[in-house]
Design a binder for this molecule. Sequence first.
Ligand code: IPM
Ligand code: MG
Length: 361
Amino acid sequence: MELNIACIPGDGIGPEIINEAKKVLDAVAIKYGHKISYNTILLGGASIDAYGEPLTEDTIEKAKSADAVLMGSIGGDANTSPWYQLPPAKRPEAGLLGIRKALNLFANLRPAVLYTELEDACPLKKEIIKDGFDIMIMRELTGGLYFGERSTTTDHGVRKAVDTLTYDEIEIKRIAIKAFEIAQKRNKLVTSVDKANVLDSSRLWRTVVNEVAKEYPEVKCEHMLVDNCAMQLVRNPGQFDVVLTENMFGDILSDEASMVTGSIGMLASASLNETKFGLYEPSHGSAPDIAGMDIANPIATILSASMMLKYTFDLDKEADEIEKAVKLALKDGYRTKDIMSEGNQLVGCSEMGTILAGYIK
Ligand code: IPM
Ligand code: MG
């Protein structure tokens, strides 16, 4: 099969972790007889440095003409980087939001899985972890507060800022359908998270999710208020299968869920539209403080590449091969700094990529 991938190394540790993901993908390609072409494109700070804009038409066009986009991370240190002297709409993050919108990537899948080998890194007590957990956070990615009208004004000397949270039923329905379809292939439970005791947008969310749920009688549908969900994630994470939620709640809950697994350096993500196309990136940020030091954990990006093989290319066997390699490396005691614990072997970013590719040969 020919895989036409647009690559966004991005900023901070982005280029390092992307290199390792390519190493692993190339090993898969050799083993299974695929041909991968990578087209490197710019986004975020790297794009600002080159063109003065965090996202250009050229990047959007090249992304659209690829089968999938594999991304490292974007952004810098907000206190020291000159990118953050620019107005908000010209900063690195605006590029990321812009490409999500331009490619209509409304469904963000963020799996939070506890690897038994990393149980020591999990901050929860053993009696809470029980047999571990495997949660799929499904975050709506192109609506809500992130894309509502906003303004900052001064009225009679009083400064005022407004952000608006808007959802229409079409936006809610399409992500709900994806959530139920994914739940059908997992443990058949969708927990839809909202703030329906306060927000109109949440009340509509709940109504539409219930309508979609009727089409999937074999999937159980539950509703949970977002504050309760934040608590339940640390109280009993094993109760969740698919967590379906709007953009802002999903941003917050996915960070929480990732921390509960022990390391954000392990968590992949996929952002999908109605087609097979997707943008795949780690759930973590660009970690500018450790950029270029060869100590970042490339596993989240490598697992994002595995999600790409699965969701865009339907190459399930190849995707499983990558997941298996990650589990083997952990079992054999290889650890990057963020997940290091006593008795294991500390490896750098590049070495971890080489080790994982080695399991695939
Ligand atoms: C994420 C990030 C982004 C978001 C930032 C960088 C704009 O936190 O992907 O979760 O809030 O969506
Ligand atoms: Mg976030």
